[in-house]
Each structure stands twice: as C-alpha cells, then as structure tokens.
Write a protein that binds this ligand. Structure first.
Ligand SMILES: Cc1cc2nc3c(=O)[nH]c(=O)nc-3n(C[C@H](O)[C@H](O)[C@H](O)COP(=O)(O)O)c2cc1C
Length: 329
C-alpha cells in the first residue's frame, strides 16, 4: 500500500511524495495583473517546503473574469515573463510545478470590474458578499471564455510550468456552469448534466489543441454543492470518467458552490468525494481540506481515499510542514 512518502509518476511527471501545495491566492499582483517581488517571495517560501508539487494560485484567463485587483493574470503574452520567474523558483527547488487557470464568472470581489460580471445566468453568487447581479453570457462570450482558457494554458506551458490546472470548483465560472442552482440556461450550455458540462469539454478540447497531447492537464473539480437542488456527487461521479477520457490527467477534488472551506473541520473533509471519484477513474485523484497532521494525511493515501493530498492553511502557518511530516512518519 502506498503512503505519504511513496513517489508517484504519471504523465511524465515524477512526484517525490504525495504532498501537494494546492492553489493559495496571494493576491500580490500589480493592478495590471503582473507578478511582483512579493509574489516571488511567497513562492520561494513555499518551494522550500518539501512538498512534491506546487499548484500556483488561480490566475485570470480573461480580464472580464478577474476575481480581484490583486489577482495575477495569464490573459496576455506579457504575463509570461513574470510567471516564468515563479516556474523557475519551483523547478530549482526540485518540485513539480503547476499553475491554475481561472475565470471568476459571477464570483468577483465588488469593485474589481467596471461592468457587470459575466456568468451562465443572471444569478447572484452566494460565495461573495456584496456580489453584483451578473449578466447571462451570450454564445459569443462563452466562445471567448473557452478560447481564453486555451490561450492561457499555452502561456502556462511557455512559462515553463510542468503542468496546468483548469479551475472548475468553488463557485467560479465552471462551477457556476455545472450547478443547476446557477445555470438556468435553456440552450445547449444548460439543462441536463451533458449541457451544464458542455463548456468543460469544449475547454479541454481547446486546451489540448494548444498544448498538445503530452502536456499534463489537471482539473480542480467542485464535486458537490452540498446544497438543496445543487450539484450532486452522483453527477460528478458520472462526469469524472468522461473528463479523464477527454484529456484530464489528474482530478483535484474539492467543493462546488459551497466553496473550499465548509463548516465541518475534520481532516480530509472532502475525502468522501475524492474516494467516490477515485473508484470510477484511473487517473490520480487529489484531495484537499483540513489536513493538519502527518498521520491523517498518510491515512488518506493508505486507505485509498486519494492518490495525493493537498495541504494549504497548515503549510501557510508552518512552511516546513511537508518535510517535517515525512520525517515524523
Ligand atoms: C488564502 C487562501 C487562498 C486560496 N486560493 C485558492 C485559489 O487560488 N484556488 C483554489 O482552487 N483554491 C484556493 N484556496 C483553497 C485551498 O486550495 C484549499 O482547497 C482550502 O484552503 C482547503 O485546504 P486546507 O484546509 O488545507 O487549507 C485558497 C485557500 C486559502 C486559505
């Protein structure tokens, strides 16, 4: 049985152990969305942690889908230089690097945009206090969002990252499309699960056409809304094998519209989602949520609840936690 210290190789990547630092927004960009010295200092600290892989924070793929003023952009070619400095830091530390590409949709910090946010439907986002009423996207705007994800993924590759992650969790745009609570569309991008996930498959196809078949592409999938009338785990369990077949090389399982940090405080609080998804796919599955102790992290791997564990807030508090956890075991 593998444990926390067991290496994992997949899709040409070699992870030295099973600990991943999941995306943690540092919100340290300039108003143009460029990487700053503060951003680099943050990743120097994280790269030295002993984790096998670092997934760099959500970066906006399109200015109209920007989450906050401090969010880093991957929306134009001028962003590549700053992002490549982050990739260098992670590579030099011997870690596998990844960067998360995002579009916030309706989950925008008030005051960030000079226009109404764009979302599948005109439904106010429950994740963002004071969120504005969004405008329902036209088919042309959906096309633009799809192309922007693909162009951004190519920039991630050009910046020297080992892999890219597509954000489809936590009530951001792709989470909004997947949830029946925020997607009320009556066209081909709404309705049943096939309609609500159509944009996911269009994005995967577009990304693959830009980055090629060999480049590792991950998806952070909000597996369940855990809300009355919301997205159900049975639906994402049906979707996951199709996402893998379409070209997703690792599923990073998290929450849907209820976000990444639910009220419950158990270690591995989304592991019932990752365990269910892991049973139906053959690509690796990552679980994140509330991990504080090496023993709990190790048990999640040994008990088959996930192939990888993400540790965010504990590493923010104790930057050497991954190395210390491996030593403690
Ligand atoms: C300050 C902060 C920023 C975060 N930024 C992101 C992000 O950019 N993208 C993302 O998918 N999740 C983000 N998350 C969620 C974390 O990746 C993680 O899923 C969540 O914190 C639960 O894990 P933990 O209990 O180990 O902290 C963020 C969490 C925190 C605390």
């Amino acid at each position: 049985m593998p444990g926390l210290d067991t290496p994992l190789s997949f899709k040409g990547l070699k992870l030295a152990n099973r600990i991943v630092i999941p995306p943690i927004a540092s919100d340290t960009a300039t108003t143009e969305g460029r990487v700053t010295e503060k951003t680099l200092d943050n990743y120097r600290r994280l790269a030295d942690s002993g984790a096998a892989m670092i997934i760099v924070e959500h970066c906006f793929s399109l200015p109209s889908g920007r989450f906050s003023e401090g969010q880093i952009g991957v929306h134009d070619d001028a962003s590549i230089e700053g992002l490549s400095a982050i990739a260098d830091i992670i590579r030099k530390a011997g870690c596998v690097s990844c960067l998360q590409v995002s579009n916030a949709g309706s989950r925008v910090k008030p005051g960030t945009l000079r226009h109404a946010p764009l979302a599948p439907s005109a439904v106010v986002n429950n994740q963002m206090p004071g969120a504005e009423m969004p405008q329902a996207m036209t088919l042309e705007q959906i096309d633009q969002a799809v192309s922007a994800y693909a162009d951004a993924a190519l920039r991630v590759k050009k910046a020297g990252f080992d892999s890219v992650e597509l954000h489809a969790a936590h009530g951001f745009l792709l989470s909004q499309f997947l949830s029946p609570l925020t997607n009320l569309r009556e066209d081909e991008f709404g309705g049943d699960l096939a309609g609500r996930s159509r944009i996911h498959f269009e994005i995967i196809r577009a990304v693959r056409s830009k980055v090629g078949g060999d480049y590792p592409v991950f998806m952070r999938l909000g597996a369940c809304d855990d809300m009355e009338g919301g997205l159900k785990l049975e639906e994402t369990s049906a979707l996951a094998p199709a996402l893998a077949a379409a070209g997703i090389d690792m599923l990073d399982i998290s929450g849907g519209l209820q976000g990444s940090r639910p009220q419950i405080d158990s270690e591995g609080y989304f592991s019932h989602y990752s365990e269910a998804i892991r049973k139906v796919v053959s690509v690796p599955v990552l679980t994140t949520g509330g991990i504080k102790t090496p023993q709990a992290a190790d048990a999640l791997i040994r008990e088959g609840k996930a192939d990888l564990v993400g540790v965010a807030r504990t590493v923010m508090k104790h930057p050497h936690w991954p190395r210390q956890a491996l030593a403690a075991l």
